[in-house]
Design a protein around this ligand. Structure first.
Ligand code: NAD
Length: 290
């Protein structure tokens, strides 16, 4: 029975998962490395809840109660009472392994551990923990409070009880589950990221400008957002790691990350979260950077 949920990483995904979990009545501990990240995260959650109040989806009382169920922490020991921890830190296998090494000794033996990884092997991550049967992938979509889907991914050792508990937990958040096998990037990103990478190649080869490519896909393919706008929204570092995982894991040159994507990441232009990516977000309206 899940009552207390721990979340590692107060970035865009961790905050979204904290938001929907607390709204569904769970007690949430949101852990990150610095109190600045926690404070920024809690402010984002409050802003997103306030938007739901102004849209008439929540009452102000529900907003306050939801926020009161979330406590921020920079001390791993605060994860000790949790029944389920969802790791939503940076998409880097060594970072995630270090986190598991740090939190496993603190957790209750029966606690479940999940990762929100977009692409990494669940089996391999599970093997780096002390509880592979109680480990699985719970992959939320961005923005979490808005997107209906959650992909559930079992590692080779994931127990049936773990899977069922995770499935019931996701259902209690009013999300729809899809089950994916443990192959690089699962279903959504296996299909979505090569399309985004191709849009970046289209820009790199000068076939179209940022504006031309996004307009083409919005009006020509009826996508709600252009692929470059979406890349900025996901985070270009995350996009690059997913392409690298596809490239390494499937060993097919069709997954080669576009050199222009690499260059943007090297420049620290990571998209919305850093203020600049394929668009510059520092002014009133986003301005294409190419
Ligand atoms: P982000 O960069 O917004 O946030 C990552 C957070 O992790 C930061 O706050 C950082 O301080 C924290 N962190 C890093 N190392 C840490 C550590 N050792 N201990 C605790 N916290 C640590 O990233 P994000 O977009 O929220 O992505 C997080 C995860 O969710 C990644 O695995 C990513 O692949 C996955 N994901 C992302 C999206 C998306 O669209 N961005 C969608 C689905 C899944």
């Amino acid at each position: 029975m899940i009552k207390n949920v721990g979340i590692v990483g107060a970035g865009q995904m961790g905050c979204g998962i904290a938001h929907v979990s607390a709204l569904a009545g769970y007690t949430v501990t949101l852990y990150d490395l610095s109190s600045e990240r926690i404070e920024a995260g809690l402010a984002t959650i409050n802003g997103n809840l306030a938007r739901q109040v102004s849209n008439g989806k929540l009452t102000d009382e529900e907003r306050r109660d939801t926020l009161a169920r979330i406590s921020g922490s920079v001390d791993v020991n605060d994860l000790a009472p949790t029944d389920l921890v969802i790791e939503a830190a940076t998409e880097d296998e060594s970072v995630k392994r270090k986190i598991f090494g740090k939190i496993c000794p603190v957790l209750k033996p029966e606690a479940l551990l999940a990762t929100n990884t977009s692409s990494l092997s669940i089996t391999r991550l599970a093997a780096s923990t002390d509880r592979p049967e109680q480990f699985m992938g719970i992959h939320f979509m961005n923005p979490v409070p808005v997107m209906k889907l959650v992909e559930l991914v079992r590692g080779i050792a994931t127990g049936e009880k773990t899977f069922k508990t995770a499935k019931d937990f996701v259902a209690s958040l009013d999300k729809t589950v899809t089950v994916a096998e443990d192959f690089p990037a699962f279903i959504v990103n296996r299909i979505l990221l090569p399309m985004i990478n191709e849009a970046i190649y289209t820009l790199y080869e000068g076939v179209g400008s940022v504006d031309a490519i996004d307009t083409a896909m919005k009006l020509g393919a009826n996508h709600p957002m252009g692929p470059l706008q979406l890349a900025d929204f996901i985070g270009l570092d995350t996009c690059l790691s997913i392409m690298q995982v596809l490239h390494d894991g499937l060993a097919d040159s069709k997954y080669r990350p576009c050199p222009l994507l690499v260059k943007y990441v090297e420049a620290g232009w990571l998209g919305r979260k850093s203020g600049r990516g394929f668009y510059d977000y520092r002014g009133e309206v986003p301005v294409p950077t190419r």
